[in-house]
Write a protein that binds this ligand. Structure first.
Ligand code: NAD
Length: 251
């Protein structure tokens, strides 16, 4: 029998000093990866990218486009975990997906990716007499709202109902009147050290369906992001943007 030595996937980690950055560093070895370059504010990723297989970004929305540009220049695939990008920043990043493959997900946990799937089934099955409300809770330090995951859930249910952003109501305050039929409510709670909770509620007269996911440890996101990095490294992927569902369930 021959023994094969499987080389770890070399990661350039952007945002390495942050909460997610540390969770990724802690999980790298058990996921068959190695943090070959740990970058944060003040680092020069251009000095390290050539020696890495994949870049993983869990930093700040301002930083992602520059990293995507660097990856495109060196032909390195990219995993984006950072959330909260403006439409302009999104467009800039999307441009680089013509050159390199990018896995881009607002949430890398297996449970949330299944929640997306279940929300789609529920929103397709239940008609407008079921009011949809999306509620998320995150730690007090989180800078953007609603969360990328709540945004994705909103997009899923809006697509199933064939409605646009004009039907979405972000929070309520004052004399709001009766809830319009077909409205989609999105609510962001912040506090303490909550890692990340998401609930999609379908409320009708006489019954209510609640699909809920609660993350208790950042490691679930870290392991998912490293799985995405390995998926990008193990085969030559076509340059485009992939969701986590492709990594988990195939194309
Ligand atoms: P954090 O504030 O703890 O860490 C962010 C890190 O990025 C900090 O160390 C900061 O110094 C660094 N940073 C800021 N600007 C930078 C720059 N220009 N270049 C390099 N590094 C820079 O935040 P966090 O909780 O670790 O979250 C990071 C991001 O990941 C957020 O956008 C958050 O919403 C997102 N997130 C995504 C998922 C997911 O599964 N997709 C899960 C959790 C968090």
């Amino acid at each position: 029998r021959r023994n094969f030595i499987i080389m770890p996937v070399k990661i350039l980690l952007n945002g390495s000093n942050g909460r997610m950055g540390r969770a990724i560093s802690d999980s790298a070895a058990e996921c068959g990866c190695e943090i070959a370059a740990a970058c944060d504010i003040g680092s020069r990723p251009e000095d390290f990218i050539e020696n890495c297989d994949v870049a993983v970004d869990f930093s700040f929305r301002e930083a992602t486009a520059a990293l995507a540009e660097l990856c495109a220049k060196y032909g390195k695939p990219l995993v984006i975990g950072t959330t909260g990008h403006t439409p302009e920043q999104r467009a800039q990043i999307e441009n680089f997906s013509k050159i390199i493959p990018i896995v881009w997900a607002g949430n890398y946990s297996l449970g949330v990716n299944l929640l997306n799937h279940l929300a789609k089934i529920a929103a397709t099955t239940l008609d407008e007499s079921y009011d949809i409300e999306i509620v998320e809770m995150h730690p007090r330090h989180k800078k953007d709202a609603p969360s990328g995951t709540a945004e994705k859930l909103k997009e899923i249910v809006c697509a199933c109902r064939n409605v646009g952003e004009d039907k979405v109501c972000y929070g309520r305050h004052g004399q709001v009147g009766e809830r319009p039929v077909g409205e989609i409510g999105v609510h962001a709670l912040r506090g303490g050290s909550v890692v990340g909770d998401h609930t999609v509620i379908f409320a009708a007269d006489g019954e209510r369906l609640e699909l809920a996911h609660k993350a208790a440890d950042r490691k679930v996101f870290a392991k998912g992001a490293l799985r995405a990095a390995k998926w990008l490294a193990e085969a030559k992927r076509a340059p485009k943007i992939y969701g986590m569902e492709t990594v988990l369930f195939g194309e």
